[in-house]
Design a protein. Structure first.
Length: 299
């Protein structure tokens, strides 16, 4: 299944609002047999349709637990579960604790605004967390430059959780999809306040191996676990380029920023990063995608 077809399938999908969402329903929407759809879906998203649907329901329920004062039963029913008992068993399997315990411990120091942001981002990132930066295979031709604007600005420091890998360029999309999934899942289970869409930082880019960090921004600093490390985007001056369109055309925006720096006698300092600020499952047309490309500047 091509990325574009999968995004159209996910567009507007909300298993919490439609508890009847099943493999048969999704396969029918995709125009495929259940067997072929199950195989291609798992290959693209790393989980079966059933695992995908249950994960979205549980993550939305967890975000609602820490955002609202609704009862556990009300949240369970609103998330598509038949009873308190069914919900609690599924929640414990996924998060390792009961819904009541999660409500007490998750996002413990977060403000009301951070909890609301976390809820909104959970709904936006969850369905497509492995699809950010994936190629379209057959991107549409463009006659205009994909760089909408370039400007200098000051940025505050931004806490992150990240995974750093050494890889060849052709492994980039697969690495980011895998690592974004791991970071997002860890943040959900640990009850960490998500502060934005995922991003990729290019530490080194040589003719052979690249060093790339897949990262998830947080409202507050948090410890890592295993290969997941704490980190931060640096405070200070940056050049921000707004990229429009498919991810395949991002090199053109990086090149435009380099030319912008040269014409102004400015010098980059540090690793550039791409911030994927559009939810592709809600905007399946690549022309609507926006990516923020940052290059830190020397003081």
């Amino acid at each position: 299944m091509r990325t574009a077809a999968l995004l159209k399938l996910l567009h507007g999908l909300d298993p919490c609002e439609n508890p009847q969402t099943t493999l048969a329903h999704l396969a029918h929407r995709a125009g495929q047999s259940r067997f072929h759809f199950h195989r291609s879906f798992r290959a693209r998203l790393g989980e079966t349709p059933r695992q995908f649907i249950e994960r979205l329901r549980l993550e939305q329920a967890a975000a609602r637990l820490v955002h609202s004062k609704d009862s556990v039963l009300a949240i369970a029913l609103a998330s598509g579960f038949a009873s308190h008992e069914v919900f609690t068993r599924a929640f414990r399997r996924h998060f390792g604790c009961t819904p009541a315990r999660y409500r007490l411990t998750a996002l413990a120091q977060a403000t009301d605004a951070e909890r609301a942001r976390h809820l909104a981002l959970t709904g936006a990132i969850g369905p497509c967390v492995r699809l950010f930066r994936l190629p379209l295979q057959h991107p549409p031709r463009r006659s205009a430059m994909p760089t909408l604007s370039i400007a200098r600005e000051e940025r505050p420091a931004q806490p992150l959780l990240l995974i750093r890998r050494r890889l060849v360029r052709t492994e980039l999309q697969a690495m980011l999809g895998e690592c974004f999934g791991k970071l997002y899942a860890h943040g959900q289970r640990a009850g960490l306040p998500i502060a934005g869409f995922p991003l990729a930082r290019y530490v080194t880019m040589g003719p052979g191996l690249w060093t790339v960090e897949a990262a998830m921004p947080l409202a507050t600093s948090a410890p890592g676990e295993g290969e997941i490390e704490p980190g931060a985007l640096p405070a200070g001056p940056v050049v921000l380029g707004i990229h429009a369109g498919p991810y395949e055309e991002l090199p053109a925006t990086h090149a435009a920023i380099e030319r912008w720096l040269e014409t102004r006698g400015l010098r980059a300092a540090g690793a550039p990063w791409e911030w994927y600020v559009t939810d592709p499952s809600q905007h399946p047309d690549p022309a609507d995608w926006r990516t923020e490309v940052y290059w830190p500047l020397a003081p």
